[in-house]
Design a protein around this ligand. Structure first.
Ligand code: ATP
Ligand code: LTN
Length: 330
C-alpha cells in the first residue's frame, strides 16, 4: 500500500517547549508508521528574526536530538536540516514571484509584530510564509500536521498551489491539507493562559521546556494560574488555566479530556496539580533519558546527512519540473 506523504517542521528559535511537543513533535511520532513522514529542522525560518550564532547552533542540535528522543525513527521518517536541501530556498524565491503583497500583509505572524509596534523587521520575516509553502510543495505532501497558529500558512500554500496549477494548466503541485488534532493544538502559558506557551518568551515561568529539570517543571505546574471556582471542568472560557492543565494531561497520557475528568473527579486544585505535575515530570524524565543516550551515541550527523540525501532526491525532481514548467530552464 502506498502511504500518503506528510511534512512538518519546527524552528530552532529557542529551547523546544511542551507546546511544541504536544502540538507538533508527539504527532510526528504518532504518524510515522502510517504515513511517509518528512520532518526537518527549519533553520532558514529561524533566521527571520536575529539570532546569536552559538546559541542558534546549540538550539539546532538540541532540537534535532529531541526529534529522535521524542521517538522519531530515522528508519521510518526522513529527518533533515532545511538548509542542507538548497531546493527549499530556490522554490521559495519562485513562489514569492507568484505571491501578492496583499496576501503577505494579511499573515498574522507578521501583522501581530507590526501591530505591537516592532520596528526593524526583516524582509525574511515578511516572506517567511512563501518559504514555508516551498517546504511543503517541494515534496508533494498531502498533509501538514501543525498547531493552530500555522493553519493560515498552510492555507496560503494551498492558494499558491492552486494558482500555479491553474496558470500552467497542470497538476504541478499537490494541494496540501493542514492536519489539526482535536485537542492540544494550542497549549497556553501557565502564568497567562490567554497566551500561547512560546519558546520565544522572555519569562520562562509559564513555559515548560523539554530540557527543563523535571523537578523544576513540576514546580511550574504547581504554580500555574487557576481560578476560584474550585471545580475541575473543561471550560476554556471561564477556566482557561484548569482547562489547559486538563489538555496537557490528556495529551501526554494519550487519552481524552473526559477520561482525565473522570480520573480527577472531586480532587482539590492542589491534588489535581500534583496529578498533572507527575505526568509532566515523567514525560520529561523519559525524553531526557533518551536524549542523553542519543547524544552519547554521536549519530546525529549521520542521521541528518542521510535524511538530506533522501529529501534532496525528491526535492530536486520537483524543482526541475517547476523550473521547466515556468520556462526558466530548457
Ligand atoms: P514561537 O513559540 O517561537 O513563536 P513556535 O514554537 O510557534 O514559535 P515552531 O517552533 O516552528 O514555532 O512551531 C513548531 C510547531 O509547534 C508548530 O506546528 C506549532 O504550531 C507548534 N506549537 C508551538 N507552540 C505550540 C503550543 N503552545 N501549543 C501547541 N502547538 C504549538
Ligand atoms: N512555520 C512553522 C515551521 C515550519 C513548517 C514548515 C511547518 C516551517 N516550514 C513546513 C510545517 C511545514 C512554524 O513556525 N511553526
Amino acid at each position: 500500500m502506498i502511504k500518503k506523504r506528510m511534512i512538518s517542521a519546527i524552528k530552532p528559535s529557542g529551547h523546544l517547549t511542551l507546546g511544541n511537543y504536544i502540538g507538533a513533535l508527539a504527532n510526528f511520532v504518532k504518524y510515522q508508521d502510517d504515513f511517509e513522514m518528512i520532518v526537518f529542522i527549519a533553520n532558514l525560518h529561524t533566521i527571520t528574526v536575529p539570532q546569536e550564532p552559538d546559541e542558534l547552533r546549540s538550539n539546532l542540535e538540541e532540537a534535532a536530538i529531541l526529534y529522535l528522543a521524542a521517538g522519531l525513527d530515522p528508519a521510518k521518517a526522513t529527518i533533515f536540516l532545511q538548509s542542507d536541501v538548497h531546493e527549499h530556498a530556490q522554490l521559495g524565491h519562485i513562489l514569492q514571484c507568484f505571491t501578492y503583497l496583499g496576501e503577505l500583509n494579511r499573515m498574522t505572524q507578521y501583522k501581530d509584530k507590526v501591530a505591537k509596534g516592532e520596528t526593524n523587521l526583516g524582509v525574511g520575516l515578511y516572506t517567511y510564509p512563501t518559504l514555508m509553502a516551498a517546504d511543503i510543495l517541494l515534496y508533494d505532501a498531502q498533509f501538514v500536521p501543525v498547531g493552530i497558529d500555522q493553519k493560515q500558512h498552510v492555507e496560503l500554500t494551498r492558494d499558491l498551489a492552486e494558482r500555479i496549477n491553474n496558470r500552467f494548466d497542470k497538476e504541478l503541485f499537490v494541494i496540501p491539507e493542514p492536519l489539526l488534532e482535536e485537542v492540544g493544538t494550542k497549549i497556553y502559558d501557565l502564568q497567562d493562559p490567554s497566551k500561547k506557551m512560546s519558546k520565544s518568551d522572555v519569562s520562562d515561568k509559564g513555559c515548560i521546556y523539554l530540557m527543563d529539570d523535571p523537578k523544576k517543571a513540576r514546580k511550574k505546574i504547581m504554580s500555574a494560574i487557576t481560578d476560584s471556582y474550585d471545580t475541575i471542568q473543561y471550560d476554556p472560557e471561564k477556566q482557561p488555566g484548569i482547562s489547559n492543565l486538563l489538555v496537557i494531561a490528556a495529551s501526554l497520557k494519550k487519552v481524552s479530556v473526559d477520561t482525565i475528568l473522570m480520573e480527577t473527579q472531586g480532587m482539590r486544585y492542589g491534588d489535581f496539580k500534583k496529578y498533572v505535575a507527575s505526568i509532566v515530570e515523567e514525560t520529561l524524565t523519559d525524553i531526557q533519558s533518551r536524549y542523553q543516550d542519543i547524544k552519547a551515541q554521536n549519530v546525529l550527523n549521520e542521521v541528518l546527512s542521510e535524511g538530506a540525501l533522501k529529501a534532496r532526491s525528491i526535492a530536486s525532481k520537483k524543482l526541475k519540473e517547476v523550473q521547466s514548467t515556468i520556462g526558466i530552464e530548457l
